[in-house]
Write a protein that binds this ligand. Structure first.
Ligand code: SF4
Ligand SMILES: [Zn+2]
Length: 155
């Protein structure tokens, strides 16, 4: 197969390996059967299910159609109807939103976690105590050297 002008959209490498790109299915209307052509749709879906590039096809469909409405999705892709792809997209979008609410807590063994333990009246574990001591020492060293610097007029 050759794609003449290099500026045209070029089908992804995997797409050529899809069942729908092989004879006798290449160019078939099975994948674009109307909703009432249930047998054809079922056939397309079952062909997709055994397609060697099903995963790549599903990922591509999800990213190409992300954010589109139900009516802007056409045909069976990756064994899914337009409606099924639309719901999957809705779910994928709802997830990150739920995550955004919760702030990530500093893990134990950091100053942040040590401060949080104190603030919440939680017992302080060894890792956090060590982190706090190390941090305090570092600050002491920093203070000492800046004091020395100012004594020497190096500020
Ligand atoms: S999964 Fe279905 S639509 Fe996707 S490439 Fe395979 S046969 Fe075609
Ligand atoms: Zn801790």
């Amino acid at each position: 197969m050759s794609y003449a002008p290099d500026t045209l959209h070029r089908p992804a490498e995997w797409a050529a390996k899809g069942t729908c790109a092989q004879p006798p299915y290449v160019g078939s209307d099975l994948w674009y059967a109307d909703e009432w052509q249930k047998d054809d749709r079922r056939t397309a879906i079952s062909l997709c299910r055994t397609c060697p590039v099903l995963d790549a096809c599903r990922t591509a469909a999800a990213s190409e159609e992300a954010g589109k409405g139900k009516d802007s999705r056409h045909g069976i892709r990756a064994a899914l109807t337009p409606g099924q792809r639309w719901s999957a997209d809705q779910k994928a979008r709802a997830k990150p939103k739920a995550k955004r609410g919760g702030r990530r807590l500093a893990p134990c063994g950091t100053r942040g976690a040590y401060d949080r333990h104190l603030r919440l009246g939680e017992p302080v574990d060894d890792a956090c105590r060590l982190a706090n001591n190390t941090d305090r020492q570092k600050r002491r060293v920093a203070n000492t050297s800046s004091a020395t610097a100012s004594q020497n007029g190096q500020r």
